[in-house]
Write a protein of this length. Structure first.
Length: 66
């Protein structure tokens, strides 16, 4: 049976973008044998971020996270 491709999902957080580390992070991903099949840069609205991080809603860092 042939190996089936595995996929993963990565998010670069705003502090990494602000620090100018996008290129370095992408290079590390590639250097570690991953193939990037798609990329999308978005700026989440407050409402979307709250939904995305809803699992952390009761944590003290939730406000800073979103």
């Amino acid at each position: 049976m042939p190996d089936t491709p595995r996929m993963t999902f990565a998010i670069l957080k705003p502090d990494a973008v602000r620090a100018g580390n996008i290129g370095n992070i992408i290079q590390k991903i590639i250097d570690n044998g991953f193939q990037i099949c798609a990329m999308k840069m978005v700026q989440m609205s407050q409402k979307i971020a709250e939904g995305f991080y809803a699992v952390h809603r009761e944590r003290p860092f939730f406000g800073d996270l979103v």
